[in-house]
Ligand binder design. Structure first.
Ligand code: 13P
Length: 257
């Protein structure tokens, strides 16, 4: 098992808007039965909200942790259809995805909303998984670094190093999500190193060295090893390939070594 600079490997399965409660429970049981032993990696599943409660009961004290896919930024209030950080903690979530590209690009979430959500998560004790990534157009226009810097710095406005240390950063280039076209290991590494540099400038060197930065976007059992071998890639946030337990287990095994 490789622990890079003491960074524990991290892998998350984002189930997006897939799986009923029985389907989520079945996948989890299959997953649990096949987990590597010893399990060094942190393994997270982010099911739809409706399956969180049922999964929390079976996950209990096991090694897999629950994440929510989204949250509202207010602590409570008249926000029909929304879910608060306290509710997520109450239902058993450890992590919450923040600023996933589908939230930003399909639902128009702004950098400022991402910032507010991150701040509320930290206040409530939920660990944020801050998702960053450029579109294809932004990449082709040579604006990758400007976009990542803007997204990251706005999201962490006012956040202390101690709070930031509880979070994970996910680099998910929009053009690689659900397209079958993953970033190459070199492309991903370049942006991961840039993000680590930003964390050092904005916070400090220790925080930068200790923060897990994971890659997401068409991760499969075929490309995970090369991605993971890069210096600054500490794991993966997986969509499609996390829906089937056998595929997700193959990925977990790679990240675990
Ligand atoms: P895919 O793995 O399906 O490309 O999705 C990645 C993702 O959005 C994880 O959050």
């Amino acid at each position: 098992m490789t622990i890079k600079n003491n960074r524990r490997p991290w892998i998350g399965g984002n189930w997006k808007m897939f799986k009923t409660i029985p389907e989520a429970l079945d996948t989890f049981q299959e997953l649990k039965a096949g987990l590597p032993d010893p399990l060094q990696a942190e393994v997270i599943i982010a099911p739809p909200f409706t399956a969180l409660s049922a999964l929390a009961r079976v996950i209990q004290d096991g090694p897999v942790r629950l994440a929510a896919q989204n949250v509202h930024w207010a602590e409570d209030g008249a926000f029909t259809g929304e879910i608060s950080t306290r509710m997520l903690v109450d239902v058993g979530c450890t992590y919450c995805l923040i600023g996933h590209s589908e939230r930003r690009h399909v639902f128009g979430e702004t950098d400022n909303q991402v910032h507010q959500k991150l701040a509320t998560c930290l206040k409530t004790g939920l660990k944020p998984v801050l998702c960053l990534g450029e579109t294809l157009e932004e990449r082709e226009e040579g604006r990758i670094q400007a976009v990542i810097e803007r997204q990251l710095l706005k999201a962490v406005e006012g956040v202390s190093p101690e709070d930031m240390a509880r979070g994970v950063v996910a680099y998910e280039p929009v053009w690689a999500i659900g397209t079958g076209r993953s970033a190459t290991p070199a492309q991903a590494q370049e942006v991961h190193a840039f993000i680590r540099g930003l964390l050092q400038t904005r916070f400090n060197k220790t925080l930068a060295l200790e923060t897990r930065i994971v890659y997401g976007g068409s991760v499969t059992p075929d490309n995970i090893r090369d991605l993971r071998s890069q210096t600054d890639i500490d794991g993966a946030l997986v969509g499609g390939a996390s829906l089937k337990a056998d595929k997700f287990l193959a990925l977990i095994k790679e990240v675990n070594q």
